[in-house]
Write a protein that binds this ligand. Structure first.
Ligand code: CAA
Length: 285
């Protein structure tokens, strides 16, 4: 099976930075690529912040944090991912930019390397088709926040072969996640269930005239959710959730997949949740 000595992460937003954090903590040399040096530095600061919090809480040695941080190299040049055995893509959730990136990665990294996408609602098979090695392309779908959520879905596209699939699964375990095997069907496993469920929750806001606070209390205290649906959509990002809903609706034509009007209006108004400082709730930090 492919030995994963060095990992590349393309796109260091909330998801990519979280995946990079897991990788360096697990002792893996990691190259993170962002489009500007400034965005790269922001991701490094974010990772450093969360690792320092672990040190402050006594769950990580300061020396282990420093060693983890020293395993992270930043670049703006895709060519610098040339020596990676696994590249995980976490860029904008749109098909064409992802296909363009995979076509470039295909040219840059060794033919034996595994290429993975963190897409949540696009087709891994369509992304893989942009390369000359679709058999070595998989989905590795992490959940937000990646360092805290145990699951990673390992997605087998139409042409994925066993060996790269198993290598991605083993890497998921190596970075401390609980991987599951699934196929390239719309929403894979969890989003196939979670997206329409969250959409139902948002529609209930209007139907039952309950407040977001009370709806969240309802699902937390009546169904044992760790956080309520409005807080969760704020965490995921209202734009991200609407986009995923639209993508799944387009594929399944199931009415429950379509984004609720309230969320579309919030997205259009720039209320994106935590990242914009305001969604269902306001955020000061
Ligand atoms: N990255 C790294 N570390 C983080 C972090 C992040 N984004 N957010 C928090 N942490 C660290 C912090 O250091 C934090 O400690 P401090 O606040 O003291 O600094 C520490 O983790 C613990 O954080 P919390 O106290 O907030 O942890 P918690 O016990 O309250 O759990 C939670 C937080 C794991 C998010 C929990 O509320 C939960 O499980 N929520 C549900 C999340 C969920 O369902 N996610 C899936 C979204 S759907 C999705 O992602 C799919 C998709 O494709 C869109």
């Amino acid at each position: 099976m492919t030995e994963i000595g060095k990992v590349g992460i393309v796109g260091l937003g909330a998801m990519g930075a979280g995946i990079a954090q897991l990788s360096v903590e697990a002792g893996v040399e990691t190259v993170g690529r962002e489009v500007t040096a400034e965005l790269g530095e922001q991701a490094r600061d974010r990772i450093g912040h969360f690792l320092t919090r672990k040190v402050e809480k006594g769950v990580l040695e300061a020396a282990a944090r420093d060693a983890a941080m020293s395993r992270l190299t930043l670049t703006t040049e895709l060519e610098e991912l040339g020596g990676c055995d696994l590249v995980i893509e976490a860029i904008v959730e749109e098909l064409e930019p992802k296909r363009d990136l995979f076509a470039e990665l295909d040219r840059i990294v060794s033919p034996e390397a595994v290429l993975a996408t963190n897409t949540s609602a696009l087709s891994v098979t369509e992304i893989a088709a942009a390369t000359s090695r679709p058999e070595r392309v998989v989905g590795m779908h992490f959940f937000n926040p990646a360092p805290l959520m145990p699951l990673v879905e390992i997605v087998r596209a139409e042409l994925t072969e066993d060996e790269p699939f198993d290598a991605a699964f083993a890497f998921g375990e190596r970075i401390g996640k609980t991987p599951i095997r699934c196929f390239d069907t719309p929403g894979f496993v969890v989003n196939r269930v979670l997206i329409p469920l969250l959409n139902d929750c948002i529609r209930v806001l209007d139907e039952s005239r309950v407040s977001p606070e009370d709806l969240d209390k309802g699902l937390k205290h009546g169904a044992g959710w760790p956080m309520g649906p409005c807080a969760l959509v704020d965490l995921v990002g209202i734009d991200v959730h609407v986009h995923a809903s639209e993508a799944l609706y387009e594929k399944t034509r199931e009415q429950r997949m379509a984004p609720p009007a309230r969320l579309v209006a919030m997205r259009n108004a720039g209320l994106l949740g935590r990242k914009s400082g305001r969604g269902f709730y306001r955020y000061d930090d």
